[in-house]
Design a protein around this ligand. Structure first.
Ligand SMILES: Cc1ncc(COP(=O)(O)O)c(C=O)c1O
Length: 392
C-alpha cells in the first residue's frame, strides 16, 4: 500500500463511486454524501425560518462560503466572494475598468475558456484592444511569447492557470512578475486548478482570481467565486453591480451606488443560496485532505494512466512533464465522441472535447484498478467505433 492510498477511505462519502468509474471530475465532481444533508438544511431553514433566514445567515453566505474556498487557494479571509458562476465573476472584474486610454489592452491566450474570450471581445466595443496569444500545438501557449505580448499598453492580463482543453499548467509566477513590472493587473481563471493543483494567490500576488465549484471542488453548479487582492479592492468600482454591493443595501438608497468597503463591493443581486449550501461540503473535504496530498496522488495516477495509454497505442495530448500537467490526461482517440458514449453505456464516465480529445481524470477517490478499466474500455470501444473494413 502506498501512503496516498489512504485517500481511498473517502470513497464511501461519494455515492456515485459504488456504481460508476468516475473519471470526469474536470467536468463535474462527484457529489459528497453530506451535500444531501446540507441541501436538506437549506430546505428546513426556508420552511421554518422563512424570511428571517436572510438576516440569520443567508445574506452573508457569499462571504461565509467564500472564506471556506479561500483556504484552498491561499487567500486571506474576507477576500473571496461567491457569485453565480465564473463568467459573472470575470465580467465583474472587466466592468471595473475604462478601456479608452492608451493603456487599453487585454492580453490573453487562444486556449482560455470561451466565456472569457467572448467577454474580452465584447470590450472592443468600449475601446479595448484584445491581444490573443496563439497556440502552436493546440495544447500549450509558449510562455515567452505570452510574456512578450505584455507591455505598457496592457491594462489586464487574463489567463487560465490550467488550460481546460489540454490540462497544461501555465506559469502564473512569470506572468504576474511581467505584468506588474509594466503596471498591468492579472486575472487568473483557476477553474481547472483549484482543488487539484496547489495555488496560493496571496503569495503569487495575482490581482484577481475566478473559478467555480462544479469540478475539482465537488461543489455543484451555481457557486462561482471571485478573489480580489485586498489592496486593489478599494480602487475599483464595478459597473456590473447591484444592491447587494451597496454599503447599506437595506437602506434602499436611490443611485448612484455607494459601494461597500469589503468584498461585497463585487456583488450584484440576491445570492444563489441553495448553490452555496451545496458547495460547502466539497470545500470542507478538499481542505481537510489538503491539495498537496491530492496533487501527489494525481501526479502518480496520471503518470500511470499515460503509461497504460501509451502501451495501448493511444496518443497523449497533455503535457508529459509533471510540473506542466494538471489533473486531466487528454487522449486523441479517433471517433472520440462515439467512444465516450460507448464508455458511458458501461458506466465509465469520461468526456470528449472537439479539437482536444477524450479527457480522463482520476481524482483522490480513484483506485488504480479504475484507471486500468478505463484504458481497457477505451481500447475496446475504439475498435468497435472503427469502420469494419479497417478493424484488425
Ligand atoms: C477553465 C474554465 N473556466 C470557466 C469555465 C466555465 O465557467 P462558468 O460556467 O462557471 O462560467 C470552465 C468550465 O466550464 C472552465 O473549465
Amino acid at each position: 500500500m502506498t501512503p496516498t492510498d489512504d485517500l481511498l477511505k473517502w470513497r464511501p462519502e461519494f455515492p456515485i463511486l459504488a456504481s460508476t468509474t468516475y473519471m470526469v471530475t474536470h467536468s463535474l465532481g462527484a457529489m459528497p454524501n453530506r451535500t444531501r444533508e446540507r441541501l436538506a438544511e437549506f430546505a428546513e431553514t426556508w420552511a421554518t425560518r422563512g424570511v428571517r433566514a436572510w438576516e440569520e445567515r443567508w445574506w452573508d453566505m457569499p462571504k461565509e462560503v467564500g472564506n471556506l474556498l479561500a483556504r484552498i487557494i491561499g487567500a486571506a479571509p474576507g477576500t473571496v466572494l461567491m457569485l453565480p458562476n465564473q463568467s459573472t465573476a470575470q465580467a465583474t472584474v472587466l466592468s471595473c475598468f475604462d478601456w479608452t486610454g492608451p493603456r487599453n489592452a487585454v492580453v490573453t491566450e487562444r486556449l482560455n475558456f470561451p466565456s472569457n474570450l467572448y467577454l474580452f471581445h465584447g470590450l472592443e466595443r468600449l475601446g479595448a484592444r484584445i491581444v490573443t496569444v496563439p497556440s502552436d500545438d493546440g495544447m500549450t501557449i509558449d510562455i515567452e511569447r505570452l510574456l512578450a505580448a505584455i507591455d505598457e499598453s496592457t491594462k489586464l492580463v487574463s489567463v487560465s492557470h490550467v488550460l481546460f482543453k489540454s490540462s497544461a499548467v501555465q506559469d502564473l509566477t512569470a506572468i504576474v512578475d511581467r505584468a506588474h513590472a509594466v503596471g498591468a493587473l492579472v486575472l487568473a481563471d483557476l477553474y481547472q486548478s483549484a482543488g487539484t493543483v496547489p495555488i496560493n494567490v496571496d503569495a503569487l500576488g495575482v490581482d484577481f482570481a475566478t473559478g467555480g465549484s462544479v469540478k475539482w471542488l465537488c461543489g455543484g453548479p451555481g457557486a462561482g467565486y471571485l478573489y480580489v487582492r485586498p489592496d486593489v479592492r478599494a480602487t475599483l468600482q464595478p459597473r456590473l453591480t447591484g444592491w447587494a454591493a451597496h454599503r447599506a443595501p437595506f437602506a434602499f438608497d436611490d443611485g448612484p451606488i455607494d459601494y461597500a468597503d469589503d468584498v461585497s463591493r463585487f456583488a450584484n443581486g440576491s445570492p444563489a443560496i441553495p448553490a452555496l449550501y451545496s458547495a460547502m461540503s466539497g470545500y470542507e473535504i478538499i481542505a481537510e485532505i489538503g491539495v498537496p496530498a491530492i496533487r501527489a496522488k494525481s501526479l502518480r495516477q496520471t503518470r500511470q494512466l499515460m503509461q497504460l495509454a501509451e502501451a495501448a497505442g493511444l496518443r497523449i495530448v497533455s503535457p508529459r512533464e509533471d510540473r506542466a500537467r494538471g489533473g486531466t490526461v487528454v487522449l486523441d482517440v479517433p471517433n472520440g465522441h462515439a467512444v465516450t458514449k460507448q464508455l458511458a453505456e458501461e458506466n465509465v464516465l469520461v468526456d470528449y472535447r472537439p479539437g482536444a480529445g477524450i479527457r480522463v481524470a482520476p481524482y483522490f477517490y480513484t483506485t488504480d484498478a479504475e484507471i486500468e478499466r478505463t484504458i481497457d474500455a477505451i481500447v475496446v470501444a475504439r475498435r468497435a467505433a472503427l469502420p469494419a473494413a479497417i478493424r484488425v
